[in-house]
Design a protein. Structure first.
Length: 159
């Protein structure tokens, strides 16, 4: 996250210090100084919502942090409905209230070969669909032995 902090230099320094002490903030780094404001790069810890889907074969289709709805909407693709129930329970343990509004099967309008399905499985396993990604398209292409452009096309067809 990038913030523009305005005020006298002493106040900016205090604000950066306060940001560094906040729960959920990994680091706050002072950046470019302008005439009226100072840019601050704030690195956040992984949000509880993102952590709740770890160790599951789940992809986020819509991020609740980008939602304009109140309450936020979060769409997931999961292999089993029971995984979704477990995520709701994990969120509840972390103090986040969530409920399932609907579970529908994904439309299977893409025919993939067995080899392409294997590439998708490797992409999920290596964290390609996570935010932030744990592997780049180029590194993943080396792992599965396919040119990045071709692999990108396969991954987009699944998304």
């Amino acid at each position: 996250m990038v913030l523009d902090v305005t005020g006298p230099p002493v106040a900016v320094e205090r604000t950066i210090g306060a940001l560094q002490d906040m729960v959920g903030v990994k680091e706050a780094i002072e950046g470019e100084k302008g005439a009226e404001s100072t840019r601050v790069l704030v690195a956040l810890e992984k949000p509880r919502i993102c952590g709740s889907v770890e160790d599951r074969t789940i992809m986020c289709l819509d991020c609740p942090f980008n939602s304009t709805e109140v309450p936020a909407r979060w769409r997931l693709a999961a292999r089993k409905a029971s995984d979704v129930g477990e995520i709701v329970a994990r969120l509840g343990e972390g103090g986040i209230q969530a409920r399932v509004r609907d579970i529908t099967p994904l439309e299977k309008n893409v025919d993939l070969t067995l080899r392409e399905k294997g590439m998708i499985a490797v992409a999920i396993e290596r964290g390609y669909f996570e935010f932030p990604r744990r592997i780049t398209l180029e590194d993943l292409s080396r792992v599965v032995g396919v040119e990045p452009a071709a692999l990108g096309k396969i991954l987009r067809s699944v998304e």
